[in-house]
Design a protein around this ligand. Structure first.
Ligand code: ZN
Ligand code: ZN
Length: 1008
């Protein structure tokens, strides 16, 4: 096997590179091999946040997230970690039910039952599984190395069982409760929504805004004045809340008297166009217990039978003076705050609204009507009863169902919940013990959210979900929580047919109660957030797979978008606290949203929708990855095609840097077998400088990657590759690599370059895995001592503090300043860079510039192309202030003077360099290999010119690899197939001729 560095294709073509690498990975089973290679390392449990497989193409934001995950996984693997990399899908839930409903034209829950539950569930499963597979393919295509063959899916029986076990945990800890809760309800989907779902979507809605008179008991024409925007809740009114700390007033208008907050009199008068005469004012406490009649009692007879209702109660928290009358109509069945105050005062909860958002039969006149459309009827009735003071309309922001856009109702329902509201302090402690990136994601955002921690409503009234594992006795009402399939089978009255644990099959399983009667499963399913919240254990197959689970749990790292603060991060924490009493994750990274160029959210139906796949088509996978990874992770990414294009240009620069090294190293059959340690005496200062920069880059990038500041690490790497390596070091060592002899000096340059390039390559590997793999395979694999099969098996580099030198780096900055300032001074007088000059003076008082002149003297002579280079104090520059002799230019720490007076030898050298440049240009045009030899001639315009050139013949011949170089003034006849070209140099005409040596040999010996 070849042991030296190989050559890289000259052009970076992502399409070719990625195709080759993909088929290599497939052939060599690279992913599996790398995993095995790291299997003995310390554990790193990455937990994937499962996307909803609601479509077959992932959103670009999800692809971004997956790229971040892959980058972390690859980084950890390069640090020898044994990474758990199972992807997941959140397969249950309403979005999938809705997709199936749409497909078959199903409108309501009743329709689903008519359609057939077995068929419906089978369709849901098929939909989820098909999309999961398609999404997995799309992610894998991006180069995401996860275990696509074995994802966790929340609808798998083992996953469901883990959820059941979680419910059992809650139950045996006394946290599971079945009770009344006021919830947000979607009347279309006929199910409860979670608090974190409620905040997902709002709409501006036009609603009535009415002032209603509540007649005070035993008083003629005296009313408590209330204000509401939900007239449909008035049939369910049971109380009025006032604030004990406010002043209230009785006012007269015509022959009527109204009670309202004193501070609201003017506003209500303006709104209603009435004039009010103040009769008396008094504190709110005085209203406590005042009784009144429901204004609708004649139309809703149940209002007449309520006990302990229709009175004024006190609430400091929920009565404000910002709007309304300061007297708040209270319907505990339709408001969380009303409910809370109602419980405090023992008020009845009146619920007249059914699951579909229609009034129930007890609602009297309104029975059967959808509540929102009953609004106008209620208003008309109030008017004809003389109970309406004023009515207008307002527009306000109201929550709507994020799935079907129906305005949500608030209603009291019986739900299963897990009591966690009391555990707020324990939750906060866990948040403090978790590492958050950025830290405000936890310390501010998550903690703010947890301030409002309520009990967890975990039941849903749907079909496609984890069946709620509670069976109740049809006779004695006893309840039993089942924690596994085995327990279910052990307690079943007969052996059931259970293809899956889902509805409707599981519903047919009856259990035997202690009383002898049969137990039936309650119809609810679990909240899907209960599913995904349990992922840290369920994906491990806990509790069945206890031993392996113990090894991995808790998760070391999770990363998701910023919307997950109130969603998955929250659900995981709740689940972890309920089951294990602690948080299931140690580190959380939060990323932003992918927006379109205008800053709008991207949806298929809105914004400039772009998928990762489109970016890949145009620029390649590595470009997509590099582009999203350089963007500040926790800020939103405004997608821009121009930016993608610009960043993809960086990848070409990276590639070209390696191309240069590969070309010359392979030419010289360079092998990195001599360690740097043995070359220290041959290292030039610029080599040592590069090694300082390299060790610093490792140090900084490692720290940043460890802090998950991936975008900053990417920028550091780019600076090292582009600035230090490509623009600086490679330019400096070009001449050293052209020398044909194998010198220690050249070996030192190659070894330094190889070391730095390999470091850069490995550090780029997690970011652009295709490009780096390709470079590794072409250039490094054979040269490396172990010939490891993939770049993804190389260890992340370690830095050595000893190499890092602040002064050497500072002096290099000064040296670079001098070089560029000399170039400016030359340009001003059209003195070509190729033309050696006798001297350059650097006038400076800066210590580091003077030190740089010493440290980098050889480099500076070469780069400034001067015979001598000397410093002088700034005060002593008068003798150089002769513009005909010296060209000057300034830099921050001094002035550079370039001597323009050339001697004959400098002129000759300048001409030689001019000739070399032209002939090298011709070599390129002839498409010659870098190492092929030529025969060449130069036809000079005069004997003087020929003489000047002849003085540097060896140099010219060496540079252009000419085995034979004729310098003449007379064109001779020859039958050699020369490639000829004429050039103007210093306003004279030269002709150059080049012929590849092998062609001449073939000509001489045609049969060969
Ligand atoms: Zn809905
Ligand atoms: Zn029983």
């Amino acid at each position: 096997m070849r042991k030296y560095v190989g050559e890289l294709p000259k052009q970076y073509d992502p399409k070719v590179v990625e195709k080759e690498v993909r088929s290599l990975w497939e052939q060599e089973q690279t992913y599996e091999a790398v995993k095995k290679f790291r299997a003995k390392g310390p554990k790193f449990y990455f937990l994937d946040g499962p996307p909803f497989p609601s479509s077959d193409t992932p959103h670009i934001g999800t692809s971004w997230g997956k790229v971040v995950k892959d980058t972390v996984i690859r980084y950890k693997r390069s640090q020898r970690f044994n990474v758990r990399d199972q992807p997941g899908y959140d397969c249950h839930g309403l979005p999938i039910e809705l997709a199936i409903e749409q497909k078959f034209g199903i409108k309501t829950k009743k329709d689903v039952e008519n359609f057939g539950l077995e068929r419906f569930i089978t369709e849901c499963r098929l939909f989820a599984e098909t999309n999961s597979v398609a999404m997995g393919r799309a992610f894998a295509d991006l180069g995401i190395w996860m275990d696509w063959a074995k994802p966790y899916m929340t609808h798998q029986d083992s996953y469901i069982e883990s959820g059941w076990w979680g419910v059992k945990q809650a139950s045996s800890k006394g946290l599971l409760e079945h009770g009344q809760r006021v919830v947000h309800w979607c009347p279309q989907d006929e199910t409860v929504l979670s608090d974190y779902e409620v905040v997902l979507e709002y709409k501006m809605l036009r609603d009535p805004s009415i002032y209603v008179k509540f007649p005070v008991e035993g008083k003629e024409n005296e009313f408590i004045l209330i204000w509401t925007t939900t007239p449909w809740t008035l049939p369910s009114n049971v109380a009025v809340m006032v604030n004990p700390d406010f002043q209230y007033a009785k006012v007269r208008s015509g022959n009527e008297t109204f009670i309202l907050a004193k501070e609201r009199i003017e506003a209500v008068a303006t709104a209603s166009g009435r004039t009010f005469e103040l009769l008396e004012s008094f504190p709110g406490t005085q209203l406590n217990g005042v009784r009144y009649h429901s204004p609708l009692e004649t139309l809703v007879p149940i209002q007449l039978n309520l006990k302990n209702a229709h009175r004024v109660v006190l609430s400091k928290e929920y009565v404000t003076l910002e709007e309304g009358t300061g007297c708040v109509h209270s319907a505990p069945g339709h408001g969380e705050e009303d409910y809370e105050v109602g419980v405090r005062y023992g008020l009845p909860v009146l619920m007249l609204v059914d699951d579909q958002g229609k009034f129930s039969p007890e609602a009297g006149k309104y029975a059967g009507k959808p509540v929102r459309s009953a609004n106008s009827e209620v208003i008309d009735d109030l008017k004809s009863l003389g109970m309406l003071l004023h009515s207008e309309e307002i527009e306000h922001r109201s929550p709507v169902c994020w799935r079907c856009k129906t305005p949500l109702l608030i209603r009291a329902t019986d739900q299963w919940l897990i009591r966690i509201a009391q555990k707020k302090n324990d939750f906060m402690k866990e948040v403090d013990a978790t590492r958050w990136i950025p830290d405000w994601a936890g310390a501010v955002q998550f903690k703010n959210w947890l301030e409002g921690l309520k009990d967890w409503v975990v039941s849903r009234q749907r079909f496609w979900g984890t069946p709620f594992p509670v069976w109740t006795c049809d006779f004695c009402g006893k309840q039993k929580v089942i924690e596994s399939k085995q327990e279910l089978l052990d307690n079943a009255t007969s052996t059931p047919n259970l293809p899956t644990l889902h509805v409707p099959w599981v519903n047919k399983v009856k259990l035997r109660c202690e009383c002898g009667a049969e137990m039936t499963r309650i119809p609810d399913v679990m909240d899907v957030w209960f599913d995904s919240g349990g992922a840290s254990l369920a994906s491990l197959g806990y509790p069945q797979n206890a031993q392996e689970s113990k090894f991995w749990w808790p998760a070391d790292f999770i990363v998701e978008g910023r919307d997950q603060i109130t969603a998955w991060f929250f659900a995981l924490l709740k689940s972890g606290m309920v089951t294990m009493g602690k948080s299931p994750y140690k580190t959380v990274l939060m990323h932003g949203f992918a927006l379109d160029s205008e800053g709008r959210e991207m949806h298929k139906s809105a914004g400039d929708y772009v998928t990762a796949n489109e970016v890949v088509e145009k620029f390649g996978r590595d470009s997509f990855r590099y582009y999203v990874l350089q963007s500040t992770l926790w800020e939103d990414l405004r997608f821009s095609w121009d930016a993608v294009k610009q960043y993809s240009g960086d990848l070409s620069t990276f590639w070209n840097t390696f191309v240069f090294a590969g070309t010359y190293m392979s030419l010289d059959k360079f092998s990195p077998h001599v360690p740097l340690k043995q070359l220290t005496r041959s290292l030039r200062p610029e080599d040592v400088w590069l090694l300082s920069r390299m060790n610093r880059a490792i140090k900084e990038a490692t720290a940043l990657m460890d802090e998950y500041k991936i975008h900053e690490a990417v920028r550091k790497l780019k600076a090292f590759l582009v600035e230090d390596l490509s623009h600086t070091y490679i330019r400096f060592i070009r001449r050293r690599t052209w020398v044909e002899k194998q010198t220690r000096d050249k070996l030192a340059a190659y070894t330094t370059l190889y070391t730095a390039l390999k470091v850069a390559l490995v550090m780029l590997t997690p970011i652009t895995p295709f490009l780096t793999e390709s470079i590794y395979q072409h250039m490094f694999r054979n040269a490396e001592p172990k010939h490891l099969q993939s770049v993804h098996m190389l260890d992340w580099p370690k830095f050595d503090e000893k190499w890092i030198s602040d002064s050497l780096e500072e002096e290099m900055n000064a040296a670079k300043d001098i070089i560029s300032t000399v170039a400016v001074a030359r340009m001003q007088k059209s003195m070509k860079q190729r033309q050696p000059v006798p001297k350059v003076i650097v006038a400076t008082d800066s210590k580091s510039v003077r030190k740089a002149l010493k440290t980098y003297s050889t480099l500076l002579l070469d780069q400034a192309n001067t015979r001598t280079l000397a410093p002088t104090p700034r005060a002593e520059t008068s003798k150089y202030e002769t513009p005909t002799r010296f060209s000057k230019a300034e830099f921050a720490d001094g002035t550079v003077y370039v001597d323009l007076k050339l001697s004959k030898s400098e002129l000759a050298e300048g001409l030689a360099r001019d000739a070399v440049r032209r002939m090298q240009q011709m070599r390129k045009e002839m498409d010659l290999k870098v190492d092929s030899y030529v025969h060449a001639y130069i036809l000079a315009p005069s004997t003087d010119a020929a003489k000047l050139l002849k003085g540097n013949r060896t140099y010219v011949a060496g540079e252009v690899r000419a085995k034979q170089l004729v310098i003449t003034t007379k064109k001779e006849e020859t039958d050699a197939p020369y490639y000829t070209k004429t050039w103007q140099i210093n306003s004279e005409t030269y002709e150059f001729g080049l012929c590849e040596k092998t062609k001449l040999e073939k000509k001489a010996n045609p049969r060969k």
